[in-house]
Design a protein around this ligand. Structure first.
Ligand code: ZN
Length: 202
């Protein structure tokens, strides 16, 4: 399986990092070695002094597809979830400045927290609140209505470049409020009032 991540899908987050609002989705990939699950611990890697969280809605692909048209994209997933795209922000800034690929800062071991999944029928996907709670305080808050690119558009766009296979996961972008993580921080993720993961920083 593979993980496809979308960068800069919320205007307020693009702004907080001084990035332009994109005309097309920004994509990158994480390997399967990046995966951790709810309840696991995350150790801050030695190569960063600024590990940050990006809470994101996840789409789990349920059918093989290539060149999927947006109007049929809804047939290619039946479950959504919540996760964190962990980012070594200092390293990413360095790579961005040099015009180099981001992988070292985004796709390292244990950089993709994949929480629980539920049937997409359970929620109104066009108006879905999600949040990240850090040490019992809300740190990030988003609503899918604020996304620049919709789920269906993203699936269609991604499938032009990468064949989507059953079990692949799409990270759909983070809202504003990203922050530096410290040892002992506790992160919990919510869609509406339902908890989808917890992870402790070590
Ligand atoms: Zn992200």
């Amino acid at each position: 399986m593979k993980i496809i991540c979308v960068g800069r899908n919320f205007k307020n987050h693009a702004k907080e990092l001084n990035n332009e609002i994109p005309k097309e989705p920004v994509l990158f990939i994480k390997p399967d070695t990046s995966i951790i699950r709810s309840g696991d611990d995350l150790y801050i890697p030695e190569f960063t002094d600024n590990l940050q969280h990006e809470v994101e809605i996840l789409i789990k692909i349920s059918k093989v597809g290539k060149y999927i048209q947006p109007e049929f994209a809804c047939n290619y997933y039946s479950e959504i979830g919540l996760g964190i795209d962990f980012t070594a922000r200092d390293l990413q800034d360095e790579l961005k400045e040099k015009g180099l690929p981001w992988e070292k800062s985004k796709a390292f071991d244990r950089s993709a927290l994949i929480g629980n999944f539920v049937s997409k029928e359970k929620f109104n996907l066009d108006n879905l609140n999600f949040s990240l709670v850090k040490n019992n305080q809300i740190q990030q808050k988003g609503n899918t209505s604020e996304m620049i690119f919709s789920f269906d558009f993203l699936i269609s766009y991604i499938s032009q470049f990468f064949t989507l296979k059953m079990g692949d996961i799409i990270f759909t972008g983070t809202p504003s409020g990203v922050s530096k993580l410290n040892e002992n921080d506790l992160l919990e993720g919510f869609i509406e009032n339902e908890r989808f993961f917890e992870v402790r920083i070590k």
